[in-house]
Design a protein around this ligand. Structure first.
Ligand code: UD1
Length: 423
C-alpha cells in the first residue's frame, strides 16, 4: 500500500458533536476471549482500525472464522485447532499476546512469538509470565517463541501483581476462568476495559467478581461450561479524551457521545484545571472554554489516575497555556518522543528524564512532523489544526492503528485536513 500522510491547514476551530467508536483496548481483548467459548460469539461496536485487522488475522490463523457487518463481528471459534501465534502477526502488535491466556485455557498449552507494538519503552511481559506461572503454567523460550505448557493443569492461586499491568491482569483473567479452584489477582489493573472483559467473561459462563477494583476473584469453571455470547464493546475513553482536547484547544463547544464520563474522571478534572468548562450526562461530555488555558501539572498513573494514552494530547494543551506546566510520565519511558516533534512546531519544552517542563507559548507554527506513536500522531494532527500554516504529519499508519476515520471525524468538527499519498 502506498504510504500516506495527513496535511492540516491551520488555524481552525474544533467544535460540534462527535460519536466515539468502541474502545480499541477493549475490543482486542474481547476478540481474544472469544477463543474460550466454542461456537459463534458476536461482538458489537468494534472499531474499524488496523489493530483490529491484526487481531482478526491472529484469530483466523488459529482457525477461527470471522464474519463482519459494519462494527459487528461474529467470531466462530469452533474450529480453532492451532495454539501458535506467528511472528509476522505478533511482531505487528503487542496486544496479540492477549491470546496467550485464552489459548492456555483452551488447550493447556500455547506458542507465541514475543510481542512488538509501539516504540514507547521496554514493554516487557514478565508480569504476564509470573502471573500465569502462579497458575501452574511453565514457560520456555525457543528462538524468540514463547512455549507455554501446563503439566499439572491450571490451578487457582492468590497472586499479587508487582504493578497493576493491564495486559498481565487480562491474560491471568482469561486463563484463571478455567483453573481449578479460586484465583485472586491482587493489585489488579482497574481500567474500564478490564471491567468490560470481566463482564463478557461472565456472560460466557465464567465466575469473575471484583472487576474494576484492585482485587479480582475468579472461581474456576470447567472449560466446556463456557459458551459463546453476545456483547457490546464500551466506548473508547481515549478517543473521547483526544477529541475533548481538540475542543479545549480552540474553545469548543465540543461534545463527545458514546462514552461513560466516569471513565474519564481524572482527564475531566485536568480539563477544568486548564480553565475549561466541562459538562457531562450519562453518555456524553461537553467541553468549552472562554478564558486562557491555565498551566497545569499532570502525572500519568494506572487507572483511575491520569491515562498515559492522553499524555501527548494534554501536553499540547500545556504547550499553549499561559505559564509553566510539568508533565510526569510514569508508565512508558519513551513516551516523550512527541515533545521533540511539538518543539519543531514552536513549543518550548525541556525534558528531564521522565519529567517534561512545558513553558506555554502563544502560537504554534505548521511544520513537517512525524507520528512517533499512535497517541503522539493524533496529538500532532490536533497541533496542526491550531497552528498557523500547514502541517504535514508523516507515519500516520500509527494513527490508523487506533483511530477510526480520524480525518473524517475531525473534518466534521471543522478541521481543514486531508490524507494524501506521499510523494
Ligand atoms: C495497555 C494499553 C495501552 C496503555 C497501557 C497503560 C492495550 C492494547 N494497550 O497496554 O494503550 O497505554 O495499557 O494504560 O490495552 N510492564 C512490565 N512487565 C509486564 C507488563 C507491563 O514491565 O509484564 C510495564 C510496561 O512496560 C509499562 C507498564 O508496565 O511500562 C504498563 O504496562 P501495561 O499496563 O501492561 O500496559 P499494556 O497492557 O501493554
Amino acid at each position: 500500500m502506498p504510504k500516506e500522510l495527513i496535511v492540516v491547514h491551520g488555524p481552525c476551530t474544533i467544535s460540534g458533536t462527535i460519536h466515539v467508536s468502541g474502545a480499541k483496548n477493549s475490543a482486542l481483548k474481547l476478540m481474544a476471549a472469544s477463543i474460550l467459548g466454542q461456537g459463534t460469539t458476536t461482538i458489537h461496536n468494534i472499531p474499524n482500525i488496523s489493530d483490529i485487522s491484526v487481531m482478526s488475522d491472529v484469530l483466523t490463523r488459529l482457525g477461527a472464522r470471522i464474519s463482519r457487518e459494519g462494527h459487528t463481528f461474529a467470531i466462530d471459534t469452533t474450529e480453532v485447532n492451532s495454539f501458535e501465534t506467528p511472528y509476522e502477526l505478533v511482531s505487528k502488535m503487542r496486544a496479540s499476546i492477549s491470546v496467550l491466556g485464552p489459548l492456555i485455557a483452551r488447550f493447556g498449552c500455547a506458542r507465541a512469538a514475543m510481542p512488538g507494538g509501539c516504540q514507547i519503552g521496554a514493554r516487557k511481559i514478565d508480569m504476564h509470565l509470573v502471573g500465569l506461572e502462579a497458575l501452574g503454567v511453565q514457560f520456555d523460550v525457543d528462538h524468540g517463541i514463547l512455549i507455554a505448557s501446563t503439566p499439572a493443569g491450571l490451578i487457582g492461586a492468590h497472586v499479587m501483581l508487582e504493578f497493576p499491568s493491564v495486559g498481565a491482569t487480562e491474560n491471568m483473567l482469561m486463563a484463571a476462568v478455567v483453573a481449578e479452584g479460586e484465583t485472586v489477582i491482587d493489585n489488579a489493573a482497574r481500567e474500564p476495559e478490564i471491567v468490560d472483559l470481566c463482564n463478557m467473561l461472565n456472560q460466557m459462563g465464567a465466575k469473575v467478581s471484583g472487576g474494576g477494583t484492585s482485587s479480582i476473584t475468579i472461581e474456576g469453571v470447567p472449560l466446556d461450561s463456557l459458551h459463546p455470547c453476545e456483547h457490546t464493546t464500551v466506548g473508547d475513553r481515549i478517543e473521547a479524551g483526544t477529541f475533548l482536547t481538540g475542543g479545549a484547544l480552540t474553545g469548543g463547544p465540543l461534545q463527545v457521545t458514546g462514552v461513560d464520563p466516569d471513565y474519564l474522571k481524572m482527564a475531566i478534572m485536568k480539563l477544568r484545571a486548564f480553565g475549561c468548562m466541562v459538562e457531562t450526562d450519562s453518555s456524553s461530555i461537553t467541553v468549552s472554554r472562554t478564558g486562557d488555558l491555565q498551566p497545569t501539572d499532570i502525572q500519568t498513573l494506572p487507572h483511575p489516575g491520569f491515562p498515559t494514552d492522553l499524555q501527548a494530547q494534554f501536553m499540547l494543551l500545556a504547550a499553549l497555556a499561559d505559564g509553566v506546566s510539568v508533565i510526569t510520565e510514569n508508565l512508558f519511558e519513551n513516551r516523550f518522543m512527541f515533545a521533540a516533534e511539538l518543539m519543531r512546531m514552536g513549543a518550548d519544552i525541556t525534558l528531564e528524564e521522565h519529567h517534561a517542563i512545558i513553558r506555554g507559548v502563544s502560537h504554534l507554527q505548521g511544520a513537517p512532523v512525524s507520528a512517533t506513536d499512535l497517541r503522539a500522531g493524533a496529538a500532532l494532527v490536533l497541533a496542526g489544526a491550531v497552528a498557523d500554516g500547514t502541517t504535514w504529519v508523516h507515519d500516520i499508519e500509527h494513527i490508523d492503528r487506533g483511530y477510526e476515520d480520524y480525518v473524517g471525524k475531525l473534518s466534521c468538527l471543522g478541521v481543514d485536513l486531508e490524507r494524501i499519498i506521499e510523494a
